[in-house]
Ligand binder design. Structure first.
Ligand code: C5P
Length: 205
């Protein structure tokens, strides 16, 4: 059973994907982390994330980079969305995601194009959304908890810019797959969003 969980940044898709993996006893891959590693590697090696050759070269990042805490930062998220525009980068990361998705027993993957490109045959496809305000507020509280000094306005502007880039790119733009179940988490508590996702997967499988 493959479960595809797509949606914009800070929509709650990561939380939902992790909870689904635990509930259905499936392995989980956060595919955003792969793009973040490419963005971070590009920066570390002095490359330009907007240059397709530099970005592709960064796809050969060392596996240890995946546990670098800096990968979770907003700055790295921004770099990830810039390198992810290049079709060659998406192609370079395709096989790895595809192999994970098709392992025996199934898997849960979250990202932007799981239901549309990586695993269009997924048994359950969820598209998790939330208003920019709700997402910015969550990210703001998360950052405050980590002692980072950022303004709510800056976070909202950053999220909106990243959404625009992810939605407007030519290759694998962010959009709901056909037959995807849309879960709007704007007004849901964490446990409510997880329960809605489990119910949706149960109904589909
Ligand atoms: O989900 P996360 O915020 O970690 O993703 C970082 C960036 O990586 C996204 O803004 C998006 O541009 C890119 N990404 C992608 N396809 C995926 C996962 C992430 O293009 N499957």
């Amino acid at each position: 059973m493959i479960i595809a969980v797509d949606g914009p940044t800070a929509s709650g898709k990561g939380t939902i994907a992790k909870a689904l993996a635990a509930h259905f006893h499936l392995p989980h891959l956060d595919t955003g982390l792969l793009y973040r590693a490419v963005g971070r590697q590009c920066l570390l090696s002095g490359g330009n994330p907007d240059d397709p050759v530099d970005a592709l070269t960064a796809c050969t990042f060392a596996p240890e980079l995946l546990s670098d805490p800096e990968l979770r930062s907003e700055a790295t998220g921004g770099l990830a969305s810039r390198v992810s525009i290049h079709p060659t980068v998406r192609q370079a990361l395709f096989e790895r995601q595809r192999n994970f998705a098709t392992q025996p027993g199934g898997a849960v993957l979250d990202g932007r194009d799981i239901g549309t490109v990586i695993a269009p045959e997924a048994a359950a496809k969820l598209f998790v959304v939330a208003s920019v305000e709700a997402r910015a507020q969550r990210r703001f509280l998360e950052m405050q908890a980590h002692g980072r000094d950022v303004s709510l306005e800056d976070i909202a502007a950053d999220l909106a810019a990243r959404d625009e880039r992810d939605r407007s790119r030519k290759d694998a733009p962010l959009r709901a797959a056909e037959h995807a179940v849309v879960i709007d988490t704007s007004t849901l508590r964490r446990e409510e969003a997880i329960a809605a996702a489990i119910a949706a997967v149960d109904a589909l499988t």
